[in-house]
Design a protein around this ligand. Structure first.
Ligand code: ADP
Ligand code: MN
Ligand code: MN
Ligand code: MN
Length: 339
């Protein structure tokens, strides 16, 4: 017997990579094989030397095809057996390994926007909808657009076994959020990429496009982010480690390093308005949604827990963001002897 394996990978589109997938018929009971693709069609190879290699790294049940069919997330390799330069997962692996003993957890809040006929779902044909206010976590046909797609997507993520932890309607019509986590750096990132693929795929059946553009509508509308909640074992046990982690991201050179890996177009979103801090000024604070990094109020009360980096754009590659956070915070915690 055979089943359908949907091989999913991240392409080389600049400045923001896109998802690609194709189907392989696989015999039951054999390991998922490596597979090839035409890298010249994905901005990953020249036409005269176009072969790239897909290496399966994570698979789960395919909730769209059902049965024994699978979704298979892959890393991209060159034919010489080295990771492709666009393979950011390969760059995360050694960092995750180095600090594995600190047991990092991530919860990523993926904001996104549905589009139909080139405008956000729920926007009128001409002009603009009523201003931001009632849409966030709203209810009713005048406030909420696309809930049927969101419900289908949530069911699909759960059926696939992804660590989806919730969904909510966002501040602009047609804008939504789902959260993945808590999970380790590789797992949260793998699950987020597969959840994005499912979102695009399910919205396709509704004739709607989902977008992770960080500034989906011009004017007085919030952008779309990917707030990244982070903790280590020491942070989950004490407040000194929380402060060390927050301070470490403000150290010399760290602000620029993180911002550079937090998604294309970040300066347009982190303006200091719309619940953001300016991209080039690092700050942290308790309950402060206008800071770069927020310590949730409950964490201050409990004197332990996690922090929320509010800077990452909706269009992040989570392999980069989790690598930067582990690299910066875990190194500082180790140096401070807080592990
Ligand atoms: P917000 O209040 O900012 O909208 P959300 O509820 O949308 O927050 O998202 C919070 C995320 O943080 C969830 O994905 C949750 O699983 C995750 N989270 C909770 N506890 C931890 C922790 N200790 N470490 C890392 N992430 C966590
Ligand atoms: Mn949220
Ligand atoms: Mn949000
Ligand atoms: Mn948040």
């Amino acid at each position: 017997m055979t089943y359908k394996a949907e091989y999913i990978w991240i392409d080389g589109t600049e400045p923001t990579a896109r998802l690609r997938s194709k189907t392989k018929i696989v015999a039951d009971g054999v390991p998922l094989p490596d597979w090839g693709f035409d890298g010249s069609s994905t901005n990953q190879a020249p036409g005269d030397n176009s072969d790239c290699v897909l290496k399966p790294v994570f698979s789960c049940p395919d909730p769209i095809r059902g049965g024994d069919h699978k979704l298979v997330l892959c890393e991209v390799y060159l034919v010489d057996g080295t990771p492709h330069p666009t393979n950011n997962r390969a760059k995360l692996r050694p960092v995750a390994e180095q600090y594995a003993a600190q047991d990092s957890w991530f919860g990523i809040e993926q904001e996104y926007t549905f589009f139909k006929a080139d405008r956000p779902l729920g926007f009128p044909e001409t002009g603009f909808p009523a201003p931001q206010g009632p849409y966030y976590c709203g209810v009713g046909a005048d406030e909420v657009f696309g809930r049927d797609i969101v419900e289908d997507h949530m069911d699909a993520c759960l059926a696939a076994g992804l660590k989806l932890s919730g969904i909510n309607a966002e501040v602009m019509p047609g804008q939504w959020e789902f959260q993945i986590g808590p999970a380790g750096p590789l797992e949260v990132s793998d699950h987020l990429w597969v959840a994005r693929w499912l979102l695009y795929r399910i919205a396709e059946d509704h004739n709607v496009a989902a977008s992770i553009d960080p500034k989906p509508a011009k004017g007085d509308w919030n952008g779309a982010g990917a707030h990244t909640n982070f903790s280590t074992k020491a942070m989950r046990e004490g407040y000194d480690a929380i402060v060390t982690a927050c301070e470490s991201m403000g150290a010399e050179g760290k602000v620029e390093e993180h911002i550079a890996g937090y998604g294309h177009g970040i300066a347009d979103r982190l303006t200091g308005q719309h619940e953001t801090a300016p991209f080039d000024e690092y700050s942290y604070g308790v309950s402060n949604r206008g800071a770069s990094v927020r310590i949730p109020w409950q964490v201050e009360v409990d004197k332990k827990g996690y922090i929320e980096d509010r800077r990452p754009n909706a269009n992040i590659d989570p392999y980069n963001v989790t690598r930067l956070l582990v690299n910066t915070c875990c190194a500082a915690l180790e140096k401070a002897g807080q592990v």
